[in-house]
Ligand binder design. Structure first.
Ligand SMILES: Cc1ncc(COP(=O)(O)OP(=O)(O)O)c(N)n1
Ligand SMILES: Cc1ncsc1CCOP(=O)(O)O
Ligand SMILES: [Mg+2]
Length: 222
């Protein structure tokens, strides 16, 4: 069992640079990309194996397990997207679900004290996620993205400010079209961190891309 202890400070810290990836998001070997991203300083990782060309069955489980091992060796929290059975089978540190996935309240009951992340597009969805026991919400897509096949229209950054002005204090990570050029603004509008797929997974040098993103996040906090 993972020995990570989650309190709000630890969650906000883990949100800072949250890398998400599946094998179909990169052009180099996924384990190599993850290793580079860890070397660069990601603070959390989500295994998101879905979409065209995604691994299934044993291949998916094997890659998830190898990635979990790599993250655990380096103290990086490992989250599984959508697949609660897989998360439990490989002893992940948490699960992330969206509005069309298994209901967050049911997931909370199944995963106990593991981390629960829930996607929210607006205030209503964020408030419902909190009622269901979410530890953090992933808000977006903030900017246009080609990575998620069924993504909604980009909301823009104002949704982050709206959530904070409504008194929502839960850790928030922004998602969708985030790069080093806009990550600082995501933080300034109220997020605790940024979650990123292609800006790292398709970077020529993932470690350097992570460092640039972290600098932008730190600048947004200052
Ligand atoms: C951190 C984070 N935020 C949002 C999402 C999106 O989840 P969802 O809406 O369920 O879409 P899929 O990723 O499952 O396609 C996320 N994965 N992570
Ligand atoms: C999973 C997900 N949920 C909302 S946007 C998105 C994709 C983000 O990918 P990228 O960082 O490449 O825009
Ligand atoms: Mg989902």
């Amino acid at each position: 069992m993972s020995d990570l202890v989650w309190n709000e400070t630890a969650i906000r810290r883990a949100m800072q640079l949250y890398f998400i990836m599946g094998s179909n998001n990169c052009s180099k070997a996924p384990l190599h990309v993850l290793n580079e991203a860890i070397e660069g300083g990601i603070t959390m990782f989500q295994f998101r194996e879905k979409g065209s060309g995604a691994l299934k069955g044993d291949g998916k489980t094997k890659l998830a397990y190898q990635m979990r091992e790599m993250c655990r060796r380096h103290g990086v929290p490992f989250i599984v997207n959508d697949d609660v059975d897989l998360a439990l089978a490989i002893d992940a540190d948490g699960v992330h679900v969206g509005q069309k996935d298994e209901a967050a309240a049911a997931v909370r009951l199944r995963i106990g004290s593991r981390l629960l992340g829930v996607s929210a597009y607006n205030r209503e969805e964020a408030e419902a996620a909190i009622r269901c026991g979410a530890d953090y919400v992933g808000v977006g897509p903030l900017f246009a993205t080609k990575t998620k096949e069924d993504a909604k229209a980009a909301s823009g950054l104002h949704v982050l400010a709206e959530l904070r002005e409504a008194g929502i204090t839960i850790p928030i990570v922004g998602i969708g079209g985030i790069t080093a050029a806009n990550a600082g603004e995501v933080i300034r509008f109220g997020a605790d961190g940024v979650s990123v797929i292609t800006a790292i997974s398709l970077a020529e040098q993932p470690a350097a891309a992570v460092r640039e993103l972290r600098q932008a996040v730190l600048a947004g906090k200052s």
